[in-house]
Design a protein around this ligand. Structure first.
Ligand SMILES: [Zn+2]
Length: 251
């Protein structure tokens, strides 16, 4: 028996394969209570989205209250479930960076490196990307007012060309939903894929290190409910301070 996990008054974890909260291929999926409307950050792989829906209900919310689904990038563990949520809930708008929007709209499995990931055994052999029309293709710096929150879009290429982070400002602080751009463990999230890019990543990390956030909510591994800015700056300094790469993601 599982259920959603409330992390702060505004943020809950409603999906995660790695802790058994939802299907094994799912990234972390967060639910943000914007004081009325609900925002979901990432959607899991779409193999068993009903488990995420059950976790949302276990917290006393209804998936029908979700007005925005924000995607951090097109990798299938984060975005593969978007087609399901978009089709199932008419009041939910799928929002994503411009590149992600074009990849998902076209169902382009190569652009999101699903071909490589499937060959490597990350997904079942019969897993396919369900295309989805993104309602709102976001620009760098764009701000969305959702309920009592302001969401700022920050393009952060590096892990993938289409990665974006969302800085969400609440009345009492701010949180960064960073997808696979930052991990609390300090791992550098570069992949052996066609669009992972160290030079772009260095620029993205520099831009993030200049921002103030409390919470840090990555797509995998640990999250932080406070101290986010200090952790980001530490990672930035670590990457700047060596000509050798710090440990990278490996498996
Ligand atoms: Zn990814």
């Amino acid at each position: 028996m599982t259920g959603g996990i409330r992390l702060t008054p505004q943020v809950a974890l409603v999906g995660s394969g790695e802790i058994g909260l939802s299907e094994a291929c799912d990234s972390h999926v967060y639910l943000v209570d914007a004081g009325g409307p609900l925002v979901m950050v990432d959607a899991g792989a779409g193999i068993a989205p009903e488990r995420i829906e059950a976790n949302i209900r276990s917290l006393g919310y209804a998936p029908e209250q979700i007005t925005h689904l924000l995607l951090t990038h097109g990798h299938a563990d984060h975005a593969g479930g978007a087609a399901h949520f978009s089709a199932q809930y008419l009041s939910l708008r799928v929002c994503a960076g411009r590149l992600t929007a074009s990849f998902l709209g076209a169902g382009d499995e190569h652009a999101i490196a699903l071909d490589a990931a499937r060959s490597a055994g990350v997904y079942p052999p019969d897993y396919r990307l369900r295309p989805v029309a993104v309602a709102h293709a976001l620009r760098d710096g764009e701000r969305l007012q959702i309920g009592g929150c302001t969401v700022q879009v920050i393009e952060t290429p590096g892990h993938s060309a289409d990665s974006v982070c969302y800085r969400v400002a609440f009345a009492d602080g701010a949180a960064l939903f960073c997808g696979d751009t930052l991990f609390a463990s300090g791992l550098v999230p570069l992949l052996n894929t066609h669009d992972s890019d160290l030079a772009a990543y260095r620029r993205s990390l520099e831009s993030l290190a200049a921002r103030e956030v409390d919470g840090l909510y990555p797509g995998h591994g640990l999250f932080m409910v406070g101290g986010g800015s200090a952790a980001i700056r530490q990672q930035h300094e670590r990457l700047q301070g060596s000509i050798y790469l710090p440990p990278v993601l490996n498996g």
